[in-house]
Design a binder for this molecule. Structure first.
Ligand SMILES: [Zn+2]
Length: 300
């Protein structure tokens, strides 16, 4: 959702706090704006938001408001797990590896990059059938529960998986749960994550155009069949990527957005016309404690 603040534009360093998480505001044509995510498990209702910053005389200011959360209409489903899969999913050794992976991903998606690289709407990263939408609440026949915090697109192994919008590759390697995964930073706290790939075609640090092939669909990591589990984060919050494929969220003025979108769309056309790249050798088993970034906070 978009949190909008209309104020004297002499204010600076504005920071909001919502659900015990801090997030920055950016100066926009009509005041100050921040795009924030709402947890799928958040009950509908009004929530207080606090904003702090400084005025033109360097005096601290504190503002308060509320944001309204509506019902997401998420699906509830029950998953029946056959005995051999039970061990695979609820193995305690796996839980520890999952935690290392979680912290590694958190370390990447909490990095700050102030430039908005994306423009316009995001595109579905692969052709296929959406087999599980975002937010589905699952209970397992073997006990336990989870909420599906991504969108599943199923198709045959090797189906190209493309960047949903312009961005920069932050990770391209094999993880435990996600398998071969790519994380793209679109700037200003917006990240997309592409999981269970059979091969990766990009490297960290690379700028990618919307539609550029990141890798190929597969079933690496904890996956029962060939599909793409597509995730999206906004300042650490997990959000529904499908929402971004139909609505434009932007910090730009309408004129700036139209110009940026035309440029991104040109890159998109070129990326779709380009020959699909070869998958590269992918490093895996990288999750050593020494690699972790120590100052990560929060959970989701
Ligand atoms: Zn999934």
């Amino acid at each position: 959702m978009r949190v909008q603040l209309t104020a004297n534009n002499k204010l600076y360093d504005l920071e909001g706090e919502l659900w015990e998480q801090k997030f920055p505001f950016y100066k926009t044509a009509d005041g100050f704006t921040s795009l924030v995510g709402v947890r799928a498990s958040c009950p509908p209702g009004d929530y207080p938001v606090a904003v702090t910053g400084f005025d033109a005389y360097d005096q601290p200011v504190k503002l308060e408001g509320t944001v309204a959360v509506a019902d997401g209409g998420y699906i509830k489903e029950k998953i029946v797990i056959a005995a051999p899969d039970k061990k695979k999913i609820f193995d305690p050794a796996l839980e520890e590896k999952k935690m290392l992976e979680y912290r590694k991903v958190q370390g990447i998606i909490t990095r700050k990059s102030d430039e908005q690289l994306w423009a316009g709407t995001f595109t579905l990263p692969a052709e296929g059938r959406i087999t599980s939408p975002f937010g589905t609440y699952r209970t397992f026949s073997t006990g336990g529960e989870e909420r599906h915090l991504g969108v599943d697109i199923a198709n045959k192994e090797g189906t190209p998986v493309r960047a949903a919008n312009r961005g920069k590759v932050m990770l391209g390697e094999e993880l435990i749960v996600r398998g071969k995964a790519v994380i793209v930073d679109h700037g200003r706290g917006v990240f997309t994550i592409y999981n269970h790939l059979s091969g990766i075609a990009v490297e960290p640090g690379e700028r990618v155009e919307k539609g550029q092939v990141l890798g190929y669909m597969g079933s690496s990591g904890l996956a029962t069949g060939s599909h793409l589990h597509w995730e999206m984060r906004v300042f650490k919050w997990v959000v529904d990527p499908l929402q971004w494929t139909t609505a434009t969220f932007t910090y730009r003025s309408p004129e700036e957005e139209a110009a940026a979108e035309a440029e991104v769309e040109r890159g998109y056309e070129e990326a779709l016309a380009a020959a699909p790249p070869e998958a590269k050798e992918t490093a895996g088993g990288h999750l050593q404690p020494g690699e972790l970034i120590p100052d990560m906070e929060g959970t989701d």
